[in-house]
Design a binder for this molecule. Structure first.
Ligand code: R5P
Length: 301
């Protein structure tokens, strides 16, 4: 028997409910508070079963969400669950995936190792920044790509050009565009050797008169996507939309995107929604549930 546990972090309950509905599993909510001294407390009351699937996205405050996930694992082990899976739709710290400067940690490796030590046997997330980071988790770990599902849900087809904001993000765009039979490209920064002037442009395709979709894993401050949108519109793109897994939208990111001319942002519901007409959220729980159904023993098909 499988029980879906909704973690206490903001944004987790909706996804947990969607997953439980799709798997026809029981949904149990958890409780959390912060003690007066700042420490985190969690409690979950569930009848012990074979497997618990904890849905706990690492939304703000990320450190608390992470600690809640650790504590929930021990709470469930204490209740007698044998196998515990963590579904973290958004995994915080994923971009600190190497030591950029001497003396820095590989934060994502610390996060994933700790979740394994806490008792999770398997780990699922959505579009982690670098797939290779998952190797740090001491069990089965998978990153679910949401882009094709999202594109189909909102009707993005092969009449659009799909663009990666840099060459590092090309694999995301390539796999989506190939599935849609669409054109794709990435943006490159060039420096004029004589004037030193920096220009950003598409590597191969001319975007003049074209509808463009920028595809990225995360919008945080909005700087990357705004810069890209602005220059694509300057180069004659007829409109720019954005397909993103995680809409962190820190600070004035939404305003930045709007003033750069972005027509719409389609985001996964991996984080709590920002109420603004510019951003449309797509429920990823059916996609996550299907992945769990196909890979986890005890989840009926
Ligand atoms: C970079 O490698 C990532 O894929 C995103 O493009 C970046 O982290 C987005 O951050 P921001 O919105 O702050 O530019």
């Amino acid at each position: 028997m499988v029980v879906v546990i909704a973690g206490p972090s903001a944004g987790s309950l909706d996804v947990a409910r969607g997953i439980a509905d799709h798997l026809e599993a029981e949904l149990v909510e958890s409780y959390s508070k912060i003690f007066p001294d700042g420490e985190t407390y969690v409690r979950v009351e569930a009848e012990p079963g074979d497997r618990a699937i904890v849905v706990q996205t690492m939304s703000r405050p990320q450190d608390t969400s992470f600690v809640q996930a650790l504590l929930l694992a021990d709470a469930l082990l204490g209740l007698g669950f044998q196998e515990i899976t963590l579904v973290a739709p958004y995994t915080a710290y994923a971009r600190q995936d190497k030591r950029f400067l001497r003396g820095e940690p590989v934060s994502i490796a610390v996060v994933l190792r700790s979740l394994g030590l806490a008792g999770y046997k398997s780990f699922y997330t959505v579009e982690i920044h670098k797939e290779e980071s998952l190797a740090a988790f001491p069990g089965k770990a998978a990153s679910i790509s949401p882009f094709l599902y999202m594109a189909r849900e909102v009707g993005l087809d092969n009449s659009y050009i799909y663009l990666a904001p840099d060459v590092g993000a090309l694999r995301r765009v390539e796999s989506l565009a190939r599935s849609l039979g669409a054109r794709y490209d990435y943006l490159v920064k060039r420096r004029d050797r004589i004037t030193g002037e920096i220009t950003i442009e598409t590597k191969h395709l001319d975007v003049k008169g074209e509808k463009v979709v920028i595809v990225d894993d995360i919008i945080s401050t909005g700087g990357t996507v705004s810069r890209a949108a602005k220059l694509l519109l300057e180069q004659g793109a007829s409109q720019v939309e954005v397909l993103v897994a995680h809409a962190v939208l820190a600070g004035n990111a939404v305003e930045k995107l709007r003033s750069a001319g972005v027509k719409r942002v389609y985001a996964g519901n991996t984080l709590p929604p920002v109420r603004d007409d510019l951003v449309s959220y797509i429920d990823l729980s059916p996609l996550i549930a299907e992945k769990l159904r196909s890979e986890i023993v005890g989840v009926q098909s």
